[in-house]
Design a protein around this ligand. Structure first.
Ligand code: HEC
Length: 148
């Protein structure tokens, strides 16, 4: 009777050991490559900006996001979410050849008095009533920064 109890105890502890080994193995799964690749992709999205914005351009960027973005798009490509409504579409501000042919004065005119004042689409609204001269200059600086 005593040997039987000892044997049972031995068998049970053997089984227990086997089981705990097994469960330990299944817990060893954190894949190292996963965490490192997450770090890699995070550092890729933090790529250096194409060019640092000046103070004026940053002020303009703030206003642009608020008032112009909807039509002209985040990157100034004339593809804002409202652009499908526009015909003609706004010019691509990142097109350096087109933009460098415009004087600062022309850009400021367009923003202040709107499209109809420069023989362009009247769907470009005039902003002179809402934004002062300083703000319009900031906007013009930011509009130019797309083609830098
Ligand atoms: C309702 C849509 C809309 C909004 C909002 C808008 N624009 Fe425009 N914008 C246009 C359209 C359309 C044109 C193009 C007109 C054309 O080429 O006939 C244009 C043209 C321009 C031009 C002239 C570019 C050129 O070809 O000479 C400038 C500069 C400009 N927008 C700046 C701005 C700025 C800055 C803001 C924000 C304060 C703004 N726009 C807001 C639609 C918009």
């Amino acid at each position: 009777m005593k040997t039987f109890t000892v044997l049972t105890a031995l068998v049970l502890s053997f089984l227990f050991l086997q089981c705990s080994k097994y469960t330990n193995n299944t817990h060893k799964q954190p894949a190292k490559s996963d965490s490192t690749s997450a770090v890699d992709s995070a550092s890729q999205t933090l790529a250096a900006p194409v060019h640092e914005l000046t103070y004026e351009e940053r002020e303009g960027q703030f206003l642009y996001t608020k008032y112009c973005d909807v039509c002209h798009g985040d990157a100034g490509k004339g593809d804002g979410f409202n652009a499908y409504n526009l015909n003609p579409k706004p010019q691509d501000f990142s097109d350096a050849r087109y933009m460098n042919a415009l004087s600062d004065q022309q850009i400021i005119q367009a923003i202040t008095y709107g499209g109809s004042a420069i023989n362009k689409s009247p769907l470009m609204p005039p902003w002179g009533g809402r934004l002062d001269k300083q703000r319009i200059e900031y906007l013009a600086a930011y509009v130019r920064s797309f083609a830098k």
